[in-house]
Design a protein around this ligand. Structure first.
Ligand code: FPP
Length: 256
């Protein structure tokens, strides 16, 4: 495992890391099915995978990790699975938050948390309060989140500010809209990873991934481990991000 990491940890590798990685943790159900286990066992294994990935991202100096824990559409799953997931979030938060805190990780949540039980809302608020000043890494958990919800919520906030006379219609530019979305001032993801073989965005961070490099892997989320993250980061480092420019323009900028 360590061996596969060595290339990425090579001190001569000066290519910049992604500052922000966004992940869709897909494949828990299939992982469990392959083992003849109930789907929920896959979610439990998924929490362990997440813990390892957070630890490794921290070691790799990744500044922000945003993970999709529960989409606005996931309420459509069987009631029993939804209930299990809610309990799992509470337990995972209670069990992991101290460790995250001691490692300097600031935890934040994006999404409509008002739909969650009071107990889960409290676990979320407690985790955010405890860890808010931490600087080593930011772990953003998207829960009851949808990209369209995010944009619609920002539109409502901005429309209300215009109606109240606090903003002009002409103030509503891309920067202002971006800042009003739930990730606020955080830099947009540089690298998006989806595990589990599907090649879809599934209503995740729609606005924020406009220029993000998209990486898809067949590895099921519970099996996604440190070397898999290293592979994704190495892949990212090979990409040439042009932001609409031509390769020749980039070469000119590089040599200037
Ligand atoms: C998708 O796999 C996974 C989820 C809907 C849940 C992901 C949640 C975790 C890994 C736990 C995270 C915990 C915290 C505290 C942030 P799937 O069920 O859609 O898998 P399938 O596509 O194989 O059916």
């Amino acid at each position: 495992m360590i061996r596969r990491n060595q290339r990425s940890h090579n001190p001569e590798d000066t290519r910049p890391n992604p500052r922000h990685i966004a992940i869709i943790m897909d494949g828990n159900g299939r992982w469990a099915k392959r083992r003849h286990l109930p789907r929920v066992a896959g979610h439990k294994a998924g929490v362990n995978a997440l813990r390892d990935i957070v630890e490794h991202a921290l070691a790799r100096g990744i500044g922000i990790l945003t993970v999709y824990a529960f989409s606005s559409e996931n309420w459509r799953r069987p009631e029993e699975e939804v209930r299990f997931l809610m309990d799992l979030f509470i337990t995972a938060l209670q069990e992991q938050v101290q460790d995250l805190h001691e490692n300097g990780v600031a935890v934040g949540f994006i999404g409509d948390r008002l739909a969650f039980s009071k107990k889960l809302q409290k676990a979320i608020a407690d985790a955010e309060t405890l860890t808010q000043a931490n600087k080593a890494m930011r772990l953003m958990v998207a829960a009851n989140y949808g990209g369209r919800w995010d944009i619609a919520t920002a539109c409502r906030t901005l429309a209300a500010a215009v109606a109240a006379g606090k903003l002009e219609v002409t103030d509503l530019d891309e920067t202002r809209i971006g800042r009003t979305l739930s990730l606020g001032e955080l830099p947009e993801p540089d690298l998006f990873i989806r595990t589990g073989g599907e090649q879809r965005i599934s209503n995740y961070l729609l606005w924020q991934i406009a220029y993000t490099e998209l990486y898809f892997t067949d590895v099921l989320w519970p099996d996604f481990s440190a070397p898999d993250l290293d592979l994704a980061i190495d892949w990212y480092k090979e990409r040439q991000r042009r932001f609409g420019r031509t390769p020749e323009q980039l070469a000119d900028i590089d040599s200037a």
